[in-house]
Design a protein around this ligand. Structure first.
Ligand code: SAH
Ligand code: DHB
Ligand code: MG
Length: 221
């Protein structure tokens, strides 16, 4: 383990202890899923953001094995739910198994498809449109700006939007880097700053996942 990963472990051990969803990571690994879920300390921060916001409806773009979804579901009130979008049917199956194994299957609606196809269907759902309290964008980075526009349109004023992986070891400031994952992150940062309805910032992170970062924004009234 790297020193930064050791430090994550230390911070976790002191501030919240065992990971209630550690078995998700094992099961996802056994199922051949890439190990790119958020770190435990970041997942815990997501739970605390959900509680702070008193969120009842969350949209997640990018489910993988359901790890971040489980942590966010943990912070939801009694009637709260998460709609999480995943393009890979196998990832979605593993996520459903993981979520069912801890009794969260009822609260998390895993939908299979390309997020750019699924998000527009939500405009017609009166239970979703205008009611989203929190969104976590963590899928294919090239579409981040489009995902941001959709979740802003679906959000309630005061909603919190979090976008993962916006630093990528600093690749973000390398103008010669034309990797679509990097340009997608750059595009979403630009949109966050220019969007008339958003108050935004972004923070760098170090830890088990190396040097990266996340952006956050509140949807103004
Ligand atoms: N949020 C998860 C990690 C998500 S990894 C966690 O922290 O636990 C990114 C996921 O996005 C992968 O499972 C990938 O299959 C999915 N994905 C990639 N492109 C997508 C698309 N166009 N629509 C929906 N999901 C997509
Ligand atoms: C990758 C994707 C992620 O969402 C992440 O947190 C880390 C890595 C990737 O595609 O490499
Ligand atoms: Mg990510």
């Amino acid at each position: 383990m790297t020193r930064d990963a050791d430090i994550d472990q230390f911070l976790q051990a002191n501030t919240f202890g065992d990971d209630p969803y550690g078995a998700f990571v094992e099961r996802s690994r056994a199922g051949g899923l890439p190990e790119i879920q958020v770190s435990a300390v970041f997942a815990r921060a997501l739970e605390l953001f959900v509680r702070l916001r008193r969120a009842q409806l969350i949209i997640e773009v990018g489910t993988l094995g359901g790890y971040s979804a489980a942590w966010m579901a943990r912070g939801l009130g009694d009637k709260g739910r998460i709609v999480t979008l995943e393009i890979d049917a196998h990832h979605a199956d593993v996520a459903r198994q993981n979520l069912d194994s801890v009794g969260l299957g009822e609260r998390v609606d895993v939908r299979v498809g390309a997020a750019l196809d699924l998000l527009p269907t939500m405009y017609d759902d009166p239970a979703i449109c205008g009611h989203v309290d929190l969104a976590f964008i963590d899928a294919d980075k090239e579409n981040n700006a489009n995902y941001l526009e959709h979740v802003v349109a679906l959000a309630r004023p005061g909603a919190l939007i979090i976008v993962d992986n916006v630093v990528r070891d600093g690749a973000i400031i390398d103008e010669n880097n034309s990797d679509p994952r990097v340009t997608g992150s750059r595009d979403v940062l630009k949109l966050l700053g220019q969007h008339p309805r958003l108050s935004s910032t972004a923070l760098q992170t170090v830890g088990t996942k190396g040097h990266d970062g996340f952006a956050m924004a509140i949807v103004d009234a």
